[in-house]
Each structure stands twice: as C-alpha cells, then as structure tokens.
Design a protein around this ligand. Structure first.
Ligand SMILES: [Zn+2]
Length: 461
C-alpha cells in the first residue's frame, strides 16, 4: 500500500505569484474589531491574503481563479487544540466507561495494537474528517509508535498541524503500552529534528507526554528542556480531567495535578493542557501566572462523565481557553460545530444564559486557537498578510437563520450549523475541499481500507 489513498502529492503545486479571487456574500474576519465585511472580494496571492477588493474594481483576467461564492460566507479555518488522530479508527468501540477504565480496557490496548498501516488509515480518516468540517489547523496527541507515519500524512494531505510522539514510560493501567525513558527521549529528538517546521512551516512538532500518571518526572522535565531547542513547538498533555485521575495524582505526588506540573517547571505559555475540568483556586492562579493554555473538550468531558470545566471562570481570570474534539471514541465526532455548541450550552444552566455567547465561542475556535499555538501572525483570522486558511460556509440551508443581520451570524454558525454547512476549505491558499468534495483523499477508499485495517487490528489484540 502506499500513497494511493492520498491525493495530496498529486495536487498541483502552486505556481509562484498565483492569484486567486474569492467573491463571498460576506467575510467574518475574527479580526480585533470582529469586522463583518460585505460587498468585497478577497484577493489571495501566493497563498496569502493580499487585499479586500471592491466588487466593481477587479478584472477577471488578472486572476488564475475567480470563485464566485456570492451565496456563501467566508470565515477563517477552524483550529482545534486537542485531537487524537490515532484513535479515530476506534470510534464506537469504547462506550460508557469513565476515563481510567476507558484507557485501561479499550484505548491503550487498541493504540498498542496499531501497526504502520492502521495508523496511516486512522490519520487519513481523521484529517479528512477535520477538513470536511472546516478545521484547518489542529494539535494532535500522537501515539507511542510510528510517529513518522502521522507526519507523512500531515505533509501529504495539505492540512496544518502539530503532532509528536505520545510519551509513556510508566503504565500501571496497561503495562504493555509503554517505552523506556531513554528510548522516548531518543525518539522525540529524531522526530522533532526531522519534522518540526517541515512542509514550509505548515507542520510543527508537539512534545506530548500522555498525562502525569504515565510519565516519569525525568521524562516530563527533560522533554520540556528539549522543547527549548525547537522554537515554535508546544508541550501538549492532559491534566485534571477526572476525579479518579486527580485522586490518583494526589496519592502519588501529594499535590494537585497542576501544582505538580508547576513544581517541576513544565508550565509556560507554550504548554497546552487538555481538559482542566477539576482545578483549585491555587492551580488557576498558576495557569494565569504561567500563561498556560487550556484545550477545552466539552463533549469528551460529558461522555466520559468527567464533569463540566469552569470555563467562564478561566475566561474571567484571563486564562486562554480554546477548543478540541479530543478522540473520536470519547465524542464520537471530530466536528468543531459540536464542540462550539456544547461549550456554550453546558455553561448556561450554571452560569446564566449570558455566559459563553456565540461570538466568544467562535473566537475560541478561530483566533484564540491560533494564539494558543503561537500561530496568530499566520492564521486564525482573515487579515491582510495572513496565510489563506479559509472556509466557505453555506448559511442558507432550511435549518439556518433566515435573517441577514450581522448580529445573528455568530449564533447561526455556533448553534445552527454543522459540518454539512461547510462547502469548501483552503489551507495555505490551496483548496483541500471544494463543493463538499475532498480533494485530499478518495473518501470511499479510505473508509473501506480503514474498516479492513480495523478488522486486522482487532485480531492483534
Ligand atoms: Zn485527549
């Protein structure tokens, strides 16, 4: 098997100086003023946003492509800050369990059974699903082995993302699924050197200790030190997800989870902690002081019965919060639309209907995501000079708002829309989804090969 499922390589490479014009109904910029621009087209040159052009002021012949999308809304590509590509193949196979049992009985044995081909298919299926739903950048947790397979899929698909080897050198839950501290360190050095900033800086490395119960202090600390040699990389781990987990952390370290991370010096503004459902006042102060980023995963937190994270408190305290679907087996979707809707609705019974309004949530899924990953100069909003990571949405379906007023646009995207409203998706100025057709993958082929690989993987358990 090889590259046959990926159309990425065969997609034509952009010519230097390529000019593209998109004429949408409106442009939701997510810029500092939250401008909504109407009656203007967006000019893209060499994959970058070059200018907003008056509609009566352009010549068709000046462009390599003019996309007439006057019935569609142009928005920035979505950014998800916590995803597990390696788990997508296991969707539907780990139901109704709390976190530690979910890992022990299902997810760790499944991940342990991956070979290169099953990992390749799970990465392809994940990237396809993310792109079809308008996600153009994501932070992946990786898995223990064959990290190079995931990177090659990232490179070939055209999507923007961070991945890295998932680090596990202690595993009381499933002892077969771990590596030695020295091997872990050797492997991440190799992978980070090979893939960080590859594909024109589209791909970055994330140092990814799984969670505190699966990593030695040596591994956590040395990884953070190594990270400093790879500017632009991030440190990505899980924290304070479930009560059973934090009780175990307390038993082992006599500290709260985030207090422990703080005590060993791994919290800073390049650290992204997934979940943070259960935190104390002291821990929140540490997150704020260190400018550590939180990846909020509302669907997963509900499905594993972990709880509802105190997001309005984090936001009030000025702590960065962004969104991620987490893994397909604890969601069971990778849709940013589900996460946006859920992030808002679950807070309202506790914090009032005014909490977590649609615009706040939309920004968490776009520009705030970019800031959390230190990509705000490149992506996250539609501003001149940024890379053209863009999504065209059809908001004229029977289940969308019938109003064309600016004040309804965010609720229309966050509460009424779903993946099917995404028409076309571009990363770096290159179409990866057009008119709901994936240009990155042959979808039927990867679904059928994915099913085959899953069958083979289950025989290896
Ligand atoms: Zn996770």
């Amino acid at each position: 098997m090889g590259r046959s499922q990926s159309r990425g390589k065969s997609m034509s490479k952009k010519k230097s100086g390529e000019k593209l014009l998109i004429i949408p109904k409106q442009i939701i910029t997510a810029d500092p003023q939250d401008r909504i621009i109407k009656d203007k087209a967006l000019e893209i040159i060499d994959g970058k946003i070059a200018s907003f052009i008056q509609l009566n002021n352009y010549k068709k012949e000046n462009y390599d492509e003019v996309v007439d999308a006057r019935n569609l809304t142009l928005i920035p590509g979505f950014i998800q800050t916590h995803i597990h590509l390696s788990q997508t193949l296991f969707r539907g196979l780990a139901e109704d369990l709390p976190l530690l049992d979910w890992l022990r009985l299902k997810i760790f044995p499944f991940e342990n059974a991956h070979n290169k081909e099953s990992l390749r298919l799970t990465a392809q299926l994940s990237i396809n699903e993310l792109l079809m739903g308008g996600t153009t950048t994501f932070l992946d947790m990786g898995t223990l082995r064959y990290g190079e397979v995931v990177f090659s899929e990232l490179i070939n698909s055209g999507i923007r993302g961070f991945s890295g080897k998932c680090l596990i050198d202690i595993n009381d839950l499933y002892p077969d699924f771990k590596s030695s501290t020295d091997d872990e360190i050797k492997d991440i050095m190799n992978l980070a050197k090979r893939f960080h900033n590859s594909a024109d800086w589209r791909i970055r490395y994330s140092f990814s200790p799984r969670f505190v119960l699966s990593c030695s202090e040596k591994l956590l600390k040395e990884t953070k030190e190594i990270m400093k040699d790879f500017p632009g990389s991030v440190y990505h781990t899980h924290s304070s997800e479930s009560i059973d987990e934090i009780n175990e952390v307390r038993k082992r370290f006599h500290k709260e989870n985030i207090e422990y991370f703080n005590s060993i010096g791994v919290l800073d503004d390049h650290t992204v902690l997934a979940h943070c459902v259960h935190t104390s006042d002291i821990e929140r102060k540490m997150l704020k002081d260190r400018d550590t980023k939180i990846a909020h995963c509302p669907s997963a937190n509900l499905k594993l019965g972990s709880g509802v994270a105190p997001i309005p408190i984090y936001l009030k305290e000025g702590i960065s919060v962004t969104l991620g679907a987490d893994g397909a087996p604890c969601n069971n979707n990778l849709s940013i639309f589900n996460e946006m809707r859920m992030a808002s609705l679950i807070q309202k019974p506790f914090n009032g209907t005014g909490s977590m309004d649609a615009k706040t949530v939309f920004r968490m899924a776009t520009i705030e995501g970019a800031k959390a990953l230190h990509l705000q100069d490149d992506v996250g909003s539609i501003e001149i000079g940024k890379k053209a990571d863009l999504v065209l949405m059809d908001l004229d379906s029977y289940s969308n708002s019938y109003s064309d007023l600016d004040e309804t646009i965010y609720s229309d995207i966050v509460f009424s829309s779903k993946t099917e409203n995404v028409r076309s998706v571009m990363v770096d100025g290159k179409w990866l989804v057009k008119e709901r057709e994936s240009l990155a993958y042959d979808q039927r082929e990867i679904i059928s090969k994915g099913k085959e690989e899953l069958k083979n993987l289950l025989k290896r358990l």
